[in-house]
Design a protein. Structure first.
Length: 320
């Protein structure tokens, strides 16, 4: 559990830090409820109250109140429980209260994650739609053909371009180089502008894809955290379990499927516009660089920090 808490901290996106599950806090409340339940069961066992305290243990109800009866015309206050049973009921009430606090925080954290995820997902979908509309308004409903031209021209060397323009062999270019620079400059500028625009569009789409990957990681990390918390709770309180469907009311939003589909849509668009429909090439080009926030491992830094503290303490002890 502690290692997973460190994993969450290591992989948090700085801008989204406040929207992750507060794993440590929720786990602490679960541990407190477990501690109270163990103290209650231990007290009941030591005082042989398993039978008489059965309702208090199972239902964790409020302690029974004192009642009054009339005996020979006088009001006599009669206690329903002994002092030990009252103590057991008090412990059971503490367990009940801590369970309620835990459940309240768990559902609050679940709703916090879900609301943020939905908001970011909608914003990203809107940005992608604006990006597509902007490109299509500039380059037509099917911009792939124009992008393909820019892609093919960008790969050609200057000698090849001149040879194609004058329809001569590359070895006979000396007499045509000057003519190339003096003719059709407007067309060349248009082509170079298109090449720059394609590069800009690629960067924009790659940035959107990166955001979808970060959102996908956010979803799966929080999904795993919530599932671990629920599984641990159900293992401890098998008589009072929490259904996963209670916590994950919209499982499609938690396990990364929605953001995964959006990322796949971006990959398909990239392949169609910039890779002649080659999905494998598109995926290869859209692999994000290390250090962009998708893969973070601070374990070495944490180890160095701890070793530094130990080394400082050793020097301090030796000095004294």
């Amino acid at each position: 559990m502690v290692e997973f808490a460190d994993k969450i901290e290591d992989n948090k996106v700085a801008e989204w830090r406040d929207h992750y599950v507060n794993y440590v806090k929720v786990k602490r409340l679960s541990d407190m409820a477990e501690k109270s339940a163990k103290a209650r069961d231990k007290f009941a066992s030591e005082n042989n109250l398993e039978e008489s305290g059965l309702q208090a243990i199972q239902g964790e109800r409020e302690p029974l109140v004192a009642t009054k009866t009339t005996l020979y015309g006088a009001d006599v206050e009669e206690k329903n429980t002994s002092d030990k049973e009252e103590r057991l009921q008090s412990l059971s009430r503490e367990v009940y209260q801590r369970k309620q606090v835990f459940r309240s925080l768990l559902f609050e954290e679940s709703d916090k994650v879900r609301e943020f995820y939905i908001g970011e997902l909608k914003a990203l979908e809107n940005q992608l739609n604006v990006f597509i509309q902007s490109a299509q308004s500039t380059y037509g409903a099917q911009p792939a053909s124009r992008f393909s031209l820019a892609r093919s021209q960008k790969r050609k060397s200057m000698r090849t371009l001149v040879a194609e323009k004058f329809q001569v062999d590359k070895r006979q270019l000396q007499t045509h180089l000057v003519d190339y620079y003096e003719s059709d400059q407007e067309g060349d500028e248009t082509l170079h502008y298109l090449v720059r625009e394609v590069a800009s569009l690629k960067r924009a789409l790659l940035d959107l894809h990166r955001q979808s990957q970060l959102l996908n990681n956010f979803s799966m990390l929080n999904y795993t955290a919530l599932m671990r918390i629920v599984e641990n709770w159900n293992r401890i309180f098998s008589d009072d379990p929490i259904e996963q469907t209670e916590v994950l009311r919209y499982p499609d939003l938690y396990d990364g499927k929605a953001s995964g589909r959006l990322g796949l849509k971006m990959q398909t668009l990239y392949a169609e516009w910039f890779c002649n429909g080659d999905m494998i090439e598109a995926q290869a080009q859209m692999v994000h660089k290390r250090g962009d926030g998708l893969e973070m491992d601070w374990s070495q830094l944490r180890l160095g920090y701890r070793l530094g503290i130990c080394f400082t303490l050793i020097i301090w002890v030796c000095w004294d």
